[in-house]
Design a protein around this ligand. Structure first.
Ligand code: HEC
Length: 227
């Protein structure tokens, strides 16, 4: 607001005080104030409004439809949900890529990723890891996240030898199924994001066991400068 506009506002907001004239002395006692009831026409109008208002919504969700697993009088088996015809799969639901969906090859945890590990995948994995895993496993995977500090069982560090050597398919499975007291994430993290997280955990493995030889001189200088 410019200064002049503000002043105008201030001026307008200043209450105007009008002097009240002193009541004229009178001999006749003042009549007591009468209570004014709203007219019956108003009452009718308000009542009509109250009854009419709920009828004003006519959305698409108010229409005859079946909800999943409801009963139906239409189909002979009495069920609203139909079984897909035998031998068919709904579009987009064919999970024939064993490695991608289960993390296994011939029943064994896969040593390979089912998709190329790119910079984008790692970035995505970092973001998802920080959201879904770091509350317990902490940002670098040592297992001292904030929930653990508040009393949840401490998970093992991802940097112990057993877990460093565990194949990607093992991590994929732990995310999908859960492990011990850790619940599974199948319903919350789609398969591709699970792989992204596994790739990022691999990056964490590297980060926690890296030596100066793994880093460029410029990066070493940058790290030294922060000391
Ligand atoms: C609410 C806390 C919590 C969250 C969130 C969580 N975990 Fe865990 N995780 C645990 C606990 C606790 C254990 C140890 C379970 C046990 O031994 O009963 C564990 C164990 C593990 C293990 C080790 C399994 C083994 O062989 O010892 C892996 C790997 C793992 N979690 C990965 C993940 C990943 C990846 C995420 C994110 C998608 C994640 N966790 C999210 C609590 C959590």
């Amino acid at each position: 607001m410019s200064e002049t506009a503000w002043r105008r506002f201030e001026f307008a907001a200043t209450p105007v005080v009008q002097p009240t004239p002193a009541p004229a002395p009178s001999a006749v006692p003042a009549e007591p104030p009468r209570m004014v009831l709203p007219g019956s026409r108003w009452v009718l109008f308000l009542l009509a409004l109250v009854f009419a208002a709920p009828g004003c919504r006519m959305d698409m969700h108010d229409q005859p439809k079946y909800k999943s697993f409801r009963a139906s009088a239409f189909f002979p088996d009495g069920k609203a949900s139909r079984t897909p015809p035998e031998g068919t799969v709904a579009q987009g639901q064919l999970r024939d890529d064993e490695l991608f969906y289960t993390g296994k090859v011939d029943g064994q945890d896969s040593e390979l990723f089912p998709l190329p590990v790119t910079r984008e995948l790692l970035d995505r994995g970092q973001e998802r890891y920080d959201i879904f895993c770091s509350p317990c496993h902490d940002r670098v995977g040592t297992g001292r996240g904030i929930i653990v500090q508040r009393g949840m069982k401490q998970p093992p560090s991802f940097h112990i030898t057993r877990l460093r050597e565990a194949p990607p398919g093992y991590y994929y499975n732990v995310i999908t199924q859960g492990f011990g007291v850790m619940y599974g994430y199948a319903s919350r993290i789609p398969p591709e994001d699970r792989w992204a997280i596994v790739a990022y955990i691999r990056a964490l493995h590297l980060s926690q066991a890296a030596s100066y030889g793994d880093v460029s001189e410029a990066d070493v200088a940058a790290v030294e400068a922060t000391r």
